[in-house]
Design a protein around this ligand. Structure first.
Ligand code: PLP
Length: 446
């Protein structure tokens, strides 16, 4: 079928990708050379990625939830160029720069919570996670952290410890940091307590409080960290009552409530932050990825008294002026271009397309989502729900050959996650779904 945007004219991978990959395999550590796809990207613009062989792909993954405003958004690039012409690096710990301070000022305003807030900036999501736990420990003078099954919080040692998925992420890196207690996430399609969501009365929530009798004393718990929408864990949204219940629980026991919005933030779910659906006001919110549309920066924004309790925080590159300039431009664009209204419009199209696929393709066991964050969970059988992990890999590979990049998620790696740039145009969106549908149907019948 002739496509307008997806233009693949070579074998995948093409000659140039194959050659570069060979060099990479010789010189790049194999753990770093891990990549879902065998192509090497050369250029990106909006929702199109071009590889070194000239093949063009529709982007349904946005650099894993980074390019929410599109790859190389022109206004972001412009802000970055202007910053490059002024100042690039000082090390904030020696000489301060303005973009850091301005970004902190803005983040206090836009994050949930009607209280005084302060921000610490870092370079990556994992660093934000590590530092949030350090700050919570300093504030509470307690040592333990509660985290969840299926969570992904990053790749530093503490973030890996907090991560609730083993395969490929936690094998061979132990021993892990002590005093992390893990509880089940409300993954209602595969309820950890084998209950129906209509009759469970939030068993997951009660289980945590029971855990204060069997696992860890609440008086030792500094922080509870969770993603309101599991990212790498499979785009699973925690029910609103679970989130409001957690907030109450944390308040009751003096635990710092940390919400990791590194993947779910900045419009991905149709609101600026996924937390806004439930109305929770976390003590700390973690941001990165789409905060700057592609430049490394992360933020911990939290209650003033908590943030101020930590001794010196930071590092050589934290609050890098170029990344902060990009983040400030992102916030302006959200205001100027009514991005969230656009997401709501596209949400309708996405839902319709996916629901139709669900009706016709039995390989799809579950679809769910909000805004432009959607899960397509593949199963071998809708009754047994046996995860169709190999099929998910095959779907991704076949999509690539037809000019669509989509990535997997989930503990069983059987979930396709839809994370296209929020700015993708409707024709590109539909063309991407045409490819996905064609591939799913083919693999469904094989
Ligand atoms: C929810 C969440 N937290 C933390 C991280 C870690 O961020 P980084 O890869 O920038 O260290 C990620 C990355 O995918 C994430 O999705």
């Amino acid at each position: 079928m002739k496509r307008k945007y997806a233009k693949v004219s070579t074998e995948i991978p093409g000659k140039n990708s194959t050659l570069l990959k060979k060099i990479g395999e010789k010189f790049v550590a194999s753990g770093s050379m891990y990549s879902m796809y065998p192509i090497i990207a050369a250029k990106s613009e909006g929702a199109i990625i071009t590889d070194v062989d000239g093949n063009e792909y529709i982007d349904f993954y946005a650099g894993v939830g980074v390019a929410n405003l599109g790859n190389r958004n022109p206004k972001v690039i412009d802000a970055v160029k202007k910053q490059l012409d002024k100042i690039v690096h000082t090390c904030f710990g020696a000489v301060m720069t303005e973009p850091f301070i301005r970004l902190a000022e803005k983040l206090a305003e836009i994050t949930p919570g009607n209280f005084e807030k302060k921000t610490a900036l870092f370079n990556s999501g994992s660093e934000a996670v590590d530092n949030a736990i350090k700050i919570a420990r300093a504030y509470t003078k307690r040592r333990a952290t509660i985290a969840f099954d299926g969570a992904f919080h990053g790749k530093t040692l503490l973030a890996t410890t907090l991560t609730g998925m083993v395969k490929g992420l936690k094998q061979g890196y132990g021993p892990y940091i002590s005093e992390v207690y893990r509880f089940p996430y409300p993954y209602c399609y595969r309820c950890p307590f084998s209950m129906k969501s209509t009759e469970c009365s939030l068993r997951c929530l009660k289980f945590i409080e029971e855990g204060f009798l069997t696992r860890v004393d609440a008086a030792d718990v500094a922080a509870l960290i969770l993603e309101p929408m599991l990212g790498d864990g499979g785009y699973i949204f925690a029910p609103d009552e679970f989130l409001t219940g957690l907030q109450k629980l944390c308040k009751k026991y003096g635990i710092v409530f940390i919400v990791d919005e590194i993947q779910s933030g900045f419009g991905r779910t149709g609101k600026l932050f996924a937390s806004e659906y439930s109305g929770i006001e976390p003590d700390m919110i973690l941001m990165s990825k789409s905060i700057s549309d592609g430049f490394p920066v992360s933020a911990v924004t939290g209650r003033k008294e908590i943030m101020d309790s930590a001794p010196i925080l930071g590092g050589t590159f934290v609050g890098h002026p170029v990344s902060c300039a990009a983040a400030l431009a992102v916030l302006d664009i959200f205001k100027e271009e009514n991005i969230l209204d656009e997401v709501k419009k596209k949400e309708k199209i996405i839902k319709e397309r996916l629901e139709e696929m669900y009706q016709n393709i039995s390989l799809i066991g579950n679809i769910d989502g909000k805004g432009m964050a959607w899960r397509i969970e593949l199963v071998k059988d809708r009754t047994t729900k046996e995860p169709a992990s190999e099929e998910a890999t095959l779907v991704c590979q076949e999509c690539l050959k037809k000019g669509l990049i989509i990535i997997k998620a989930g503990v069983y790696r059987n979930v396709l996650r839809f994370i296209a740039p929020l700015t993708i145009n409707i024709d590109q969106l539909n063309e991407g779904f045409d490819i996905l549908e064609e591939v799913l149907k083919k693999i469904n019948n094989d």
